[in-house]
Design a binder for this molecule. Structure first.
Ligand code: NAP
Length: 246
C-alpha cells in the first residue's frame, strides 16, 4: 500500500478550509488542521476521526511568519514528510480606496499573501526531498477582475497568482505543482453578512444561478492535489459557477 500523504491546510476551522480538510481526509490523506485557536480545530479533527479519517491540529496565526514557518517545520519533523499544502486562510478588511487605512492594507497583505509565501518556502524543502508536492493557493475572483471596496484583498489575491506561477516554474522539475483555486461567491461566514438584495444580484450574475457551496471548492482542491494532477501547474482554476469566465 502506498504511504499516506500528509496535507497542511490553513484556515481549516470552518468554511471552505474545513470542507477542504474533510475532503482530503476522506480521500485518505493525513490532514494537519491549521487556524488560530485549538478549540474549533479539535472539533474538526474529532469529526474527521469519527468518519474514519486521520488528522492533527496546529494552532497558529498565519500572520506571524516565524510561527507559521516553525509550525510547518514541526510537521515535517514529526511526520517525516509534507506532500500537500493548501494556503486557504484569508480575511477581508473592506473599504473604498480613499478611506482604506494603512493598517487594513498591511493586515490583509500579511494574512492573505505573505503567509502563503512563507508557507510555500517552508514546505518546498520537504516536497523537494520527497520529489512530490501539490500546492494550492486559494485566491478569489476578486484577484482576477478586482472588486469595489477590496483594493487590499484583490491585490493580495492577485499577488498569489504571480507567486504561484513563479513557484510552478521554479519547482516543476522536482515533481511539485502549484496552482491557484479562485472561488467565486461561496456561502460561508465570510459572505453571510451581505444584504439579501446584493446576494440576489450576485446570483443573477452566476451562470448556474446558485451560490457556491464549500464542497464545490473542496472537490477542486481534491483534484489539484491528487496524484492524477501532475501535469497541471501554474494555473488559475476559477470555481465560480461561470460568474467571471476570464
Ligand atoms: P471564513 O469562513 O471567514 O474562514 C476563514 C478561515 O481562515 C477560518 O478557518 C479562520 O480560522 C482562518 N483564519 C483567518 N485568519 C487567520 C490567521 N491569521 N491565521 C490562521 N487562520 C486564520 O472564510 P472562507 O469563506 O471559508 O474563505 C476561505 C478562503 O477562501 C479565504 O482565503 C477567502 O479569501 C477565499 N474566498 C472565499 C470566498 C467566499 O465567497 N467565501 C470567495 C473567494 C475566495 P480562525 O478564525 O479560527 O483562526
Amino acid at each position: 500500500m502506498a504511504e499516506q500523504r500528509v496535507a497542511f491546510v490553513t484556515g481549516a476551522s470552518r468554511g471552505i478550509g474545513r470542507a477542504i480538510a474533510e475532503r482530503l481526509a476522506a480521500d485518505g490523506r493525513h490532514v494537519v488542521l491549521c487556524a488560530r485557536s485549538e478549540g474549533p480545530l479539535t472539533d474538526v479533527r474529532a469529526g474527521i476521526e469519527a468518519a474514519g479519517g486521520s488528522a492533527s491540529t496546529c494552532a497558529v496565526d498565519v500572520g506571524d511568519g516565524r510561527a507559521l514557518a516553525d509550525a510547518i517545520d514541526g510537521v515535517v519533523k514529526e511526520r517525516g514528510r509534507l506532500d500537500i499544502l493548501v494556503n486557504n486562510a484569508g480575511i477581508t478588511r473592506d473599504g473604498l480606496i480613499l478611506r482604506m487605512s494603512d493598517e487594513a492594507w498591511d493586515e490583509v497583505i500579511r494574512v492573505d499573501l505573505t503567509s502563503a509565501f512563507i508557507a510555500c518556502r517552508a514546505a518546498a524543502r520537504a516536497m523537494m526531498k520527497g520529489r512530490f508536492g501539490r500546492i494550492v493557493n486559494v485566491g478569489s475572483t476578486s484577484g482576477l477582475v478586482g472588486n469595489e471596496g477590496q483594493a487590499n484583498y484583490a491585490a493580495a489575491k492577485s499577488g498569489l497568482i504571480g507567486l504561484t506561477k513563479t513557484i510552478a516554474r521554479e519547482l516543476g522539475a522536482k515533481g511539485i505543482t502549484a496552482n491557484v483555486l479562485a472561488p467565486g461567491f461561496i456561502e460561508t461566514d465570510m459572505t453571510k453578512d451581505l444584504p439579501s438584495d446584493r446576494v440576489e444580484m450576485l446570483r443573477q450574475m452566476i451562470a448556474v444561478r446558485r451560490l457556491g457551496a464549500v464542497a464545490d471548492i473542496a472537490a477542486g482542491v481534491a483534484y489539484l492535489t491528487s496524484d492524477d494532477a501532475g501535469f497541471i501547474t501554474g494555473q488559475v482554476l476559477c470555481i465560480d459557477g461561470g460568474m467571471t469566465m476570464v
